[in-house]
Design a protein around this ligand. Structure first.
Ligand SMILES: [Zn+2]
Length: 59
């Protein structure tokens, strides 16, 4: 269950899904770390006709 939280790439804060608010802009999906303000990339791995399924890419 190592994917139960998201982690800020900048400050290593571990964030519950409820804590963060995914946003989309011209550069794509991301969330802003509430601890340090770093922009963390997200990708949607859900099917086009299915529910959105957000994951944090490894790199
Ligand atoms: Zn952070």
């Amino acid at each position: 269950m190592g994917n139960a939280m998201w982690k800020c790439r900048e400050c290593d804060a571990e964030l519950d899904f409820e804590e963060i608010d995914p946003e989309v802009d011209s550069h794509g999906l991301h969330f802003i770390c509430p601890e340090c303000g770093h922009r963390n990339k997200l990708v949607n791995i859900g099917k086009p006709d299915g529910p959105i399924e957000l994951v944090q890419p490894d790199s």
